[in-house]
Design a protein around this ligand. Sequence first.
Ligand SMILES: *[C@@H]1O[C@H](CO)[C@@H](O)[C@H](O)[C@H]1NC(C)=O
Ligand SMILES: *[C@@H]1O[C@H](CO)[C@@H](O)[C@H](O)[C@H]1NC(C)=O
Ligand SMILES: *[C@@H]1O[C@H](CO)[C@@H](O)[C@H](O)[C@H]1NC(C)=O
Ligand SMILES: *[C@@H]1O[C@H](CO)[C@@H](O)[C@H](O)[C@H]1NC(C)=O
Length: 497
Amino acid sequence: MTPKCVFLFSWRLFCVLVCCGVGHSRRNVLLIIADDAGFETDVYNNTVVQTPHLRALSQRSLIFKNAFTTVSSCSPSRSTILTGLPQHQNGMYGLHQGVHHFNSFDGVRSLPLLLKEANVRTGIIGKKHVGPGPVYPFDFAYTEETNSVLQVGRNITKIKLLVRKFFLYVAFHDPHRCGHSQPQYGAFCEKFGNGESGMGRIPDWEPKYYSPDQVKVPDFIPDTPAARADIAAQYTTVSRLDQGIGLVLQELRDAGYENDTLVIYSSDNGIPFPNGRTNLYGSGVMEPMLISSPEHRQRRGQISQAYVSLLDITPTILDWLSLPYPSYSISGGDPVQLTGRSLLPALISEPAWVTVYASQSLHEVTMYYPMRSVHQGPYRLLHNMHYRMPFPIDQDFYVSPTFQDLLNRTRTGQPTAWFKTLNEYYYRERWELFDTCSDPTERRNLAGDPAYAQVLESLRAQLFKWQWRTEDPWVCEPDGVLEAKLEPKCRPLYNGL
Ligand SMILES: *[C@@H]1O[C@H](CO)[C@@H](O)[C@H](O)[C@H]1NC(C)=O
Ligand SMILES: *[C@@H]1O[C@H](CO)[C@@H](O)[C@H](O)[C@H]1NC(C)=O
Ligand SMILES: *[C@@H]1O[C@H](CO)[C@@H](O)[C@H](O)[C@H]1NC(C)=O
Ligand SMILES: *[C@@H]1O[C@H](CO)[C@@H](O)[C@H](O)[C@H]1NC(C)=O
């Protein structure tokens, strides 16, 4: 299929170089991914955080209420966004940077690679956090690989100037924590660029501050003074993100591309609080998602209940650009199948999509805790394969004021104001089944309840089917070994699990 004069992300330069005379057939994509962002925006009825630019975008978008990441960890999630394949299939099992060192398989055909082959120019500004380089080839890149991630990921003036130059996938570093790496800027880098002494200034940012007694504490976070102060700082960086999105969208408008650009906004994983990021509970995998199409105006401002996944982003962008997914195999096996779908039909009428899957193996290299899950209608089924190990804790989250306070309270026997104990958090059941209709915070495990035996069996069967279909090397864990050659099947270990 011959692409029209289509390209992802590069408008000014592209127009000068290639676009001449193609007129209305050009189609662009702007993909905005926030870092650790959740529902802290008035788009999702949080009336405390001021996010007027996201609000304005949502009025031109379909608002997804049930969007899920397949993995609650940064690099793995970004790899799924850019490949349409779960982490266990594309090989990015954990974080990319430093000692963690995870990468996708060399044979993966990522979205930027497919677009490059179709002569579509691509660019990225902000956090890339995936590899290896040849699998994710962007024509234009200002990322942590060549710049300070604070500059390209949080300095919204810098981002604005870069966007002016080209166009792309904008991966903000806000509202990620930074107390672990840059404590001088606060727990969420909420002071970076605010003009105070030693903080520098971001000319386009008008900082918004929130008081701890104002914030809305999600029901999965302990309602303590420490957590409230932490959330207030998070809100400040959410409003920097919001102002940055406003600047990027203004650049799009000023460059005359508003009417041919598909805009997608989402985030990579759950918020960095207890029960959030690195978990496959709803609080770890549900994401904000907005899709604004200049050609699908029917449902603008409406809310969709459809279950959608970050695995759907690659098929959606390919569909928007009228590009097919190639037939190929990653390592000589069966051809890869995308299990996500294009979301463009949802922009026309509400689809009956009720099932999504998730798959996590690690976050940091030390954090091996493989889990798989299926989310179907009100039900959530989680398979914690290595449930006898304590649930692992990441470095960045460990030093957060909320978690330090939770540790202190637990150690000294004070009330934690949390909905579970630390011990329950560390030691989980192998199978966890929740009915979010009657139990929205996912507290009551129904896996052993005979009244739910059929639900459990049906979800378990669907989950295994998806694991086989996506070539999951963990499909036989923890009580069997996958013998993949000849006739792939699970051989029993007789280990009592
Ligand atoms: C916001 O609240 C209104 C009123 O309760 C509700 O109808 C709507 O679904 C909520 N929006 C989102 C995105 O959750
Ligand atoms: C943000 O970027 C602008 C433009 O490059 C620069 O002038 C400013 O000093 C930067 N702010 C910080 C805090 O680094
Ligand atoms: C975009 O479309 C809207 C609505 O059709 C129109 O009012 C506006 O002028 C268009 N903008 C550009 C830059 O073509
Ligand atoms: C937790 O306790 C340690 C040791 O007593 C103390 O230094 C720290 O400030 C406390 N942290 C919080 C968030 O209460």
